[in-house]
Ligand binder design. Structure first.
Ligand code: MEV
Length: 427
């Protein structure tokens, strides 16, 4: 399965059924799993077990980004997203990075941070010293909640103190539990461990504990992706590869210095990451919160990426960001489409998934800033936008391409023009 190439020329030109057939073969999907792609996804009875007050289900497109090669292994990337262009742009960028030898990645251990808020501490220094002296006992307490996690090699890694002498309600001590959650996202394990530790922490410090909750600024659980694109591969529309590489570095520099640009730059990164996080049934709000908080970790919100022209004149890109995703637990193993998406992705650990996601973020960003700094973003969007306008005007699937091409040729992409052409076709 892993020896197959994710380079599938003309994938975008195939019908939905042909694409599903191809993916089913690629990922060795069973008949039942393939049926999930054909509309047999989440059923209301299953949805009813996931959240409250269920009245139905809500479908979004599931697309596949091609061309990914990460540390020598090929991947097809399942994406759930409503925005046109995202999947095509990602496949394009992955092809460029593939031309430079593919992505290279690493991930930290999957260590999450849990926080315990301690108030009314009579002596801050003494409390910190006492907690330090009882670290082993506290870690044992944290580990007493989840025997399976320990057996799998996870569990408490450290306890750290963060005093805040000045808060709006006076001094407070924040205790951090660092906890390796292995292949789980880990919120439940961490929160359970925190609740077990809190009474003893109150006793030891003489204070009062209040919040006990995981932090989404998962800066101990990061993934890094790197890639090089040969300058020649970046040439576009009369712009040389060297010029395009320089422009991409300049676009990145804009996002490094200006938070107004950084927000949009990072939003583009998350276009890709969120789509895969949603497809795999992970908590995309946690990933969003972690990414943006990490982007502001030095006191000023900035770009999550580095793009620069390297000593060979080629374009070098790198991203590091928190990546609190799991391959077990949550919806990953419950939602039928998430299960199929995981099978297509073919990752064997949360760390591998985290690294794939970092690559997706880096590539999605490359696609955006390459387009923005060369031909502009609208060119690529136009055809897809026209397709949506034609569909919204009530065109049949056969009429959509005809109306789309006519609107583009007329340089008039709007619902009035779509209606006019539709009326002509239906005459
Ligand atoms: C649109 O969804 C995302 C972009 O705005 C990202 C960017 O500006 O880098 C194109």
């Amino acid at each position: 399965m892993t020896s197959q190439s994710s380079r599938i020329p003309g994938f975008y030109k195939k019908s939905v059924t042909d694409r599903a057939d191809l993916i089913a073969k690629w990922a060795e999907l069973s008949a039942d799993e393939k049926a999930v792609l054909n509309g047999k996804g989440l059923q209301p009875e299953q949805a009813d077990l996931m959240i409250e007050n269920v009245v139905g289900t809500y479908a979004l497109p599931l697309g596949i980004a091609t061309n990914f090669q990460i540390n020598g292994k090929d991947y097809l990337i399942p994406m759930t997203v409503e925005e046109p262009s995202v999947v095509a742009a990602l496949s394009h960028a992955a092809k460029l990075i593939r031309a430079g030898g593919g992505f290279h990645t690493e991930a930290s251990d999957p260590v999450m941070i849990g926080q315990i808020q301690v108030l009314d501490v009579p002596d801050m220094e003494a409390a910190i010293a006492t907690l330090e002296a009882h670290k082993d006992e506290l870690m044992e307490l944290a580990n007493s909640s989840d025997a399976l996690m320990l057996r799998l090699g996870g569990g408490a890694r450290d306890i750290q103190q963060r005093p805040f002498p000045d808060s709006p309600v006076g001094p407070m001590l924040i205790v951090h539990l660092l906890y390796d959650t292995r292949d789980a996202m880990g919120a439940n394990s961490v929160n359970t461990a925190l609740e077990l530790m809190a009474p003893r922490i109150a006793e030891l410090t003489g204070g009062r504990t209040l919040l006990r909750i995981l932090s989404n600024l998962a800066d101990q659980r990061t993934a890094t992706a790197r890639g090089v694109i040969p300058a020649a591969a970046l040439a576009v529309d009369g712009i040389s590869g060297a010029e395009a590489a320089q422009r991409i570095a300049e676009a990145n520099a804009f996002a490094i210095v200006d938070p107004y640009r950084a927000a949009t730059h990072n939003k583009g990164i998350m276009n890709g990451i969120d789509a895969v996080v949603v497809a795999t049934g992970n908590d995309w709000r946690a990933i969003e919160a972690g990414a943006h908080a990490y982007a502001a970790r030095n006191g000023r919100y900035t770009a999550l990426t580095d793009w620069h022209v390297n000593e060979n004149g080629d374009l070098y890109g790198e991203i590091t960001l928190p990546m609190a995703v799991g391959t077990v637990g949550g919806a990953t193993k419950v939602h039928p489409t998430a299960k199929v998406a995981m099978k297509i992705l073919n990752v064997s650990s949360a760390q591998e998934l985290a690294q794939v996601l970092a690559c997706v973020g880096l590539a999605q960003n490359l696609a955006a800033i390459k387009a923005l700094s060369t031909v502009g973003i609208q060119q690529g969007h136009m055809r897809l936008h026209a397709r949506q306008v034609a569909t919204a005007a009530g065109a049949t699937p056969e009429q959509v391409p005809v109306i789309t091409e006519r609107m583009i040729a007329d340089k008039q992409i709007n619902s009035v023009r779509a209606q006019e052409i539709l009326a002509e076709l239906n005459k």
